[in-house]
Write a protein that binds this ligand. Structure first.
Ligand code: PMP
Length: 482
């Protein structure tokens, strides 16, 4: 790994442990850029969630490098987008070759990579769930969610949806309507098609003392209540007709806090959906592509989806590409004919090429085994940290989708400020990990914004996991002292 340390730093490391928010640590050119950003860039995105926006210059494997060449271990990997590591040589090479041959083409025409990628995704669904269907590409996760909504509406003639409390499906208008947090809708008027939000089985906070079975039973009972009589507003008990077209689920909640559901929950939920003719839409935008140790996270739970939504890691963060897979009966050309949906950049040649290269990588490695093993090792390390720091109320995970929930010293009351401090400390350059790494890039998620999601590269090495655990230990120590 090439290091680009600023020679003004002692041994290439910062000489102080105090500057944890990165203030005063920019190059002159970096400072000038931030001044321009203040003037010319909208603040409408999430950049300014941070006290000081961070400027990065280069990326490689598990690491980001700032504009002074300092190295940061990334434990969030663009919210599970760069799953195979930054600047992956084979995926980059495939895109370079595509730039030289067919760099662009209107989505109205066909190119080889689009067809082969669709085939590979269909085959993965057939392997994972034993189902046949078709793929439709789009550009971003939320747009693919919109396409899933269209398929559901067209097939069921129903426009009301079910989704989970704590869900996140994107920020277009349609996706916002099925995303739980009112904060995302509040400023934008009426959402007539707002979903009905059911509780997700969040064992740590469900009120049953961490008992997963009781949490599962309670959430299933809550769903069953919808069909107890016709006055719940869900269905016509005389005809059996249900008002809801589909239940949009994230197998593990991502933005909601990297929550792993109890093992038997989804099977029971899916059976109830089937009984009431409600389609099951599996949003794998954040958990798909081996994040949890399976190609599709829902495969862990022995359940068959009707529609799968994917995005993010499909291209490992290169050209934007997303899409849906739907069962043949929902998306065949007689039901979902030409022009049903379209976007100029959908199935762009660079994105489909990157996607194909990503799928080939997955075919060539045994990610089920390696992600499972690395995840267990990381989770054991997190358990050791929990034993050391009472402020870590919960750690859990599946594969390399891991969580660390930050609390007051009682180990339960959510401590959002502590999580915020950890985020800032990680992005500063004040850590000393004895390996040249000066920071750890974290992301904060969860119902109370107090959960550190741990989402490393699937290629992360044991040494890098150890470095990450050491970094987290230092960060928690510094943040709880502050
Ligand atoms: N669904 C899920 C589960 C997500 O995590 C996200 C993004 N965080 C989206 C949909 C929306 O994807 P995008 O940001 O690409 O629109």
């Amino acid at each position: 790994m090439r290091m680009l340390y600023d020679p003004s730093l002692k041994d290439g490391k910062p000489t102080t442990m105090n500057d944890h928010d990165g203030s005063g640590f920019l190059s002159e050119a970096g400072a000038r850029l931030l001044e321009k950003e203040k003037k010319y860039c909208s603040y409408g995105d999430t950049v300014h969630y941070a006290l000081r926006p961070k400027l990065f210059e280069r990326c490689e494997g598990s690491y980001l490098f700032d504009d002074r060449g300092c190295r940061y271990l990334d434990l969030q990997m663009w919210y599970s987008t760069a799953n195979l590591g930054y600047a992956h040589p084979r995926i980059n090479a495939a895109v370079h070759a595509q730039i030289d041959r067919l760099p662009q083409l209107a989505s109205q025409y066909l190119h080889r990579e689009k067809i082969e990628l669709a085939e590979k995704i269909c085959q993965s669904v057939e392997r994972g769930f034993g189902l046949k269907g078709r793929v439709h590409f789009n550009v971003g996760g939320a747009q693919a969610v919109e396409d899933a909504l269209k398929v559901v509406r067209k097939a069921t003639k129903r426009q009301r949806m079910l989704a989970f409390q704590g869900s996140y499906h994107g920020r277009t208008l349609g996706a916002s309507a099925i995303t739980a947090a009112y904060r995302y809708r509040e400023a934008f008027g009426e959402f007539a098609d707002r979903a009905q939000f059911m509780p997700y089985p969040y064992t740590f906070r469900a009120g049953y003392g961490g008992d997963a079975q009781r949490t599962e039973d309670a959430c299933i009972a809550e769903f069953e209540k919808l069909f107890a009589h016709e006055c719940t507003g869900a269905w016509n008990s005389r005809t059996g007709a249900c008002e809801f077209g589909a239940f949009f689920v994230e197998p593990l909640q991502g933005t909601g806090g990297y929550i792993v559901p109890p093992k038997g929950y989804f099977k029971r939920l899916a059976a109830l959906c089937r009984e009431h003719n409600i389609l099951l839409v599996d949003d794998e935008v954040q958990m798909g592509f081996y994040r949890t140790g399976k190609m599709w996270a829902l495969e862990h739970f022995d359940v068959q989806p009707d529609i799968i939504v994917f995005g993010k890691a499909l291209t490992n963060g290169l050209n934007p590409l997303s899409g849906i897979w739907a069962r043949e009966e929902l998306i065949n050309p007689r039901v979902f004919g030409p022009g049903s949906t379209h976007s100029t950049y959908a199935s762009n040649t660079l994105g489909t090429t990157a996607g194909l290269a990503v799928m080939r990588e997955f075919e060539q490695g045994d990610y089920e085994t390696s992600v499972g093993e690395k995840g267990k090792y990381f989770l054991n390390g997190l358990r050791a940290l929990k034993a050391k720091h009472p402020q870590i109320g919960d750690v859990d995970g599946l594969g390399l989708a891991l969580r660390m929930e930050m609390c007051k010293a009682d180990g339960f009351t959510p401590d959002r400020e502590l999580a915020d401090r950890m985020f800032q400390i990680g992005l500063g350059h004040g850590l000393d990990l004895g390996s040249g790494t000066v920071g750890v890039v974290l992301n904060i998620v969860g119902y109370h914004k107090n959960v550190v999601s741990i989402v490393p590269s699937l290629q992360i090495t044991r040494a890098e996991i150890d470095e990450g655990l050491q970094g987290l230990d230092q960060i928690v120590t510094l943040a709880t002292r502050a």
